[in-house]
Every structure is written in structure tokens, then in C-alpha cells.
Design a protein around this ligand. Structure first.
Ligand SMILES: *Cc1c(COP(=O)(O)O)cnc(C)c1O
Length: 430
């Protein structure tokens, strides 16, 4: 294949234009759309491996475990890449546990987060032999204890602390402030640890926090770090040993000129503080999601209609809020670029919208595009929190997914069919 004639797209070094056409690594998006139809998610394997490598560089020489927060993208083909690379996984449901076990993840490298674990999920995770439960409330400690005792096991636990720091991100994705449902308040932590240590079905192994998502500055991490280490000191002074410290995930990606610190640079800075406070030898865990897959993926969609309006022009595409829920959910921004640079005529400003019957079904607003019906667009930064949040709203089939590695493209999810959708439904009878 030819060398790129244009530099890679911002934040996505493995997406570039070769001649007129956009490619992911060495594979043309137009060719993939022709073969698999649209909407179509396409991921660069190299981007994911590079993202993981940045964390691994940051932790070189340390006892550290990267647990990919798989809710960002839980497709089996994505999980397999990380499992083969030796990653652990951060799961938030029994369904996610079933998925990672299906790709051969090592159970001891699985940690289970989430505020609402059911007894059934606890039993499932104990039976699998996961590495740690990240417990988020005092009641959950009691329930997990009961379940573990009934199963004749001791559950390894870490308590999720809410450090009450502002991650300076969108309120819906900030999780470490007092008003959030997540974690146990900083000033209840010692009490909760004493309680956990007294329960026969639990074995305290660590402490964790996760302050939010799409964080683009180091300072919230540094603030949370100091608060967590203060607690580690207090908990250990009370005679409860903490084997590991888990700092969660949350590092942002470049969606629209965002400039988050690089993973290795961030961790160099954090490790300097950890060392200075004497915790350099402690086992460290992190739970990155978005920063492991977000800019690996694009969503290719076809323009169905352009519709001029008095106030606005609309570009109606075949991807919608059920495929790309982030704009509707968080007013999130995704760059949108034409797959072919061959556009004829004049660029106009459009709202790019999907076919779903909701005014909230928009993908991008006020975008200058030179398009007409039948053209393909690529919605960028679509690797995280898109397919994993996709739904069947409006009885739309969920998209297909392709994983690209070099010049090879592998279908990792077939496009859903109406038969798939109707499989479990019963219309009933009179
Ligand atoms: C969602 C989540 C993560 C990952 O967050 P990202 O912003 O995608 O890195 C990590 N830990 C927990 C507990 C989460 O809920």
C-alpha cells in the first residue's frame, strides 16, 4: 500500500488518508464499508497495543497490573487482544465476567467493581476465583461476607474510597465527588476497613479509587493520590495490611483538541509522589478503559439524505444514537470526516443526525462538510463507550465490527439481524 499522503488524523496515529481515501492502518475504510455495510466500527489493533505499552512503560520495573476496564468496549475481539497481551480486567457485572472468561483471561487478574453487585454475581465471581472485589458500600461488605461464608470461601476485597476530588470533567462522568453514588466516603473508610477485617468471609487485600472519566489534567490524580495514601497510612496504623493500591482509570483522550497527559508521563509524575511517600514497593493496579481503546476506533456511516432547512441543514446518516450514544448522553463531541476526500461541490454546515425518532439523536452539530447522499463519513474516537453502549432502540440492528492489524481486517462482530433481535420475544396469545 502507498504511504499516507496526509498526516494521521489528530489523536489517531493509525488513521490517515492515502490518496483520497481514509485508512485504518493499511486497510481502506471504503473497501470495508463495501464488504460489511454500514454503520461499521473499525478498530486499529496497533493503537490498542501502543496504548497498553504506554502504561507498561510508565510502570517499568514496578509490581503493577493494568486491568482494562472492559465496559469501555467489551467485544470479544477487543478483549482477546488485551488478554493475549497479559492484561488484567476490571469488570462491573457477571456478564462481563462471562465475556473475559470466554477469551481466556486469567481469573486472578480480574477485579470486580460496581455499586450494585448481586449475590448471584458474587457467587459467580467467587467460583471463577477472581483476584479482588472492589466493594463500594458497608452493606455490600456484609452481603459479600455472607455469600463467601456460605460458599466456604474467603473473598479478597478492596474498598473503593471516594476521595472527594474534582476531576474537572463532565458531571455524568465524574465519580469521586461527595455527591456521587460511588465508593465509601473518605471519613468512613477506616471504620469500613475495621469492619471488613472483622468478617470471617473476607480477606482485605487492597484499597481503590476511581475519580472520573475523560480526565485531561494530572492534578486531580495527584490530589486523589495524596488522599488515598493518607488513608493507607491510617488503615495500616490500625493493623490492617493493604497488599495493593488501585488508582482506577479515567485518563482522557483527544476528542476535540483535548490534551491529556500521556500515560507514561502521568505515571512518572504519580510514581515520584508514591516513592516520595514511601510506597514505591507496593503493588499498584490501574483500571484504564477509554484510554486503551477510545482512539483505536472509528464508525463508518453512510449519508442517507441531505436536507436543507431554514435555520439548519441536516445530514442524515445511517448511524444513530443507538450506535453512538455519547452525544445524546453527554453532549459529547466526535470529529466527523469524509471517508473520501473526493467531495464535489461546496461545503455546507450541517447537523449530522441519525434516523432515530428523537431530537436527541444527533452525532455532531454545525459541521462543515462537503457531502451528498451515498457518501461515507467516519465518526472518529469511537472505540470507547460506543459499541458497548449500543442498543436496539427503534428496532435497529447493532452494527458490525472489524479489527484491523496491518493490512489484515478481521470481522469480530457480525451485523445483528432482526431474527437475532426477535429471538427471545413472545407475542403471547389470547
Ligand atoms: C468506568 C470505570 C473505569 C474506566 O474508566 P475510563 O474513564 O474509561 O478509563 C475504571 N474503574 C471503574 C471502577 C470504572 O467504573
Amino acid at each position: 500500500m502507498s504511504n499516507p499522503t496526509s498526516p494521521p488524523l489528530p489523536g489517531q496515529p493509525h488513521v490517515a488518508r492515502h490518496g483520497d481515501l481514509l485508512q485504518v492502518e493499511q486497510v481502506s475504510l471504503e473497501a470495508l464499508a463495501r464488504e460489511h455495510g454500514t454503520p461499521l466500527f473499525v478498530y486499529s489493533k496497533q493503537w490498542m497495543l501502543d496504548a497498553l505499552a504506554a502504561y507498561q512503560r510508565g510502570f517499568e520495573g514496578r509490581d503493577a497490573l493494568v486491568c482494562y476496564a472492559m465496559k469501555a468496549n467489551s467485544s470479544l475481539g477487543i478483549l482477546r487482544v488485551f488478554a493475549k497481551a497479559g492484561c488484567g480486567f476490571d469488570i462491573v457485572s457477571g456478564g462481563e465476567l462471562a465475556r473475559v472468561l470466554a477469551v481466556g483471561a486469567e481469573p486472578s487478574k480480574i477485579i470486580f467493581s460496581g455499586v450494585g453487585k448481586t449475590r448471584g454475581e458474587m457467587r459467580q465471581a467467587l467460583a471463577a476465583g477472581i483476584g479482588c472485589f472492589n466493594v463500594e458500600s458497608e452493606e455490600e461488605l456484609d452481603v459479600l461476607n455472607e455469600v463467601a461464608v456460605a460458599e466456604g470461601q474467603r473473598a479478597k476485597v478492596s474498598i473503593r474510597i471516594n476521595p472527594n476530588v474534582d476531576p474537572k470533567t463532565h458531571p455524568y462522568i465524574s465519580t469521586g465527588l461527595k455527591g456521587n453514588k460511588f465508593g465509601i466516603a473518605h471519613d468512613r473508610a477506616l471504620h469500613a476497613y475495621r469492619h471488613a477485617a472483622s468478617l470471617p468471609g473476607l480477606q482485605v487485600v487492597g484499597i481503590d479509587c476511581h475519580i472520573g472519566s475523560q480526565i485531561t489534567e494530572a492534578s486531580p490524580y495527584l490530589d486523589a493520590l495524596e488522599r488515598v495514601l493518607d488513608l493507607v497510612e491510617a488503615i495500616e496504623a490500625a493493623g490492617i495490611a493493604l497488599h495493593h493500591i488501585d488508582f482506577g482509570g479515567g485518563l482522557g483522550i483527544d476528542y476535540n483538541g483535548d490534551t491529556p497527559p500521556a500515560a507514561d508521563a502521568l505515571w512518572k509524575q504519580l510514581l515520584a509522589r508514591i516513592d516520595a511517600r514511601g510506597f514505591g514497593g507496593r503493588k499498584l493496579i490501574i483500571e484504564p478503559g477509554r484510554s486503551m481503546v477510545g482512539n483505536a476506533g472509528v464508525c463508518v456511516t453512510e449519508v442517507l439524505y441531505t436536507k436543507p432547512g431554514e435555520d439548519k441543514n441536516f445530514c442524515i446518516v445511517d448511524a444513530a444514537m443507538n450506535d453512538l450514544p455519547r452525544p445524546a448522553m453527554y453532549q459529547a463531541f466526535h470529529r466527523i470526516v469524509p471517508v473520501s476526500a473526493r467531495g464535489q461541490g461546496e461545503a455546507q454546515t450541517y447537523d449530522v443526525v441519525g434516523p432515530v425518532c428523537e431530537s436527541g439523536d444527533w452525532i455532531g452539530r454545525d459541521r462543515l462538510l462537503n457531502v451528498r447522499s451515498g457518501d461515507l463519513l467516519a465518526v472518529l474516537s469511537a472505540g470507547a463507550y460506543c459499541m458497548s453502549m449500543a442498543s436496539n432502540y427503534n428496532t435497529r440492528n447493532r452494527a458490525a465490527e472489524v479489527l484491523v492489524s496491518g493490512d489484515r481486517a478481521t470481522l469480530i462482530r457480525r451485523r445483528e439481524t432482526f431474527e437475532d433481535q426477535l429471538r427471545n420475544e413472545l407475542a403471547g396469545s389470547d
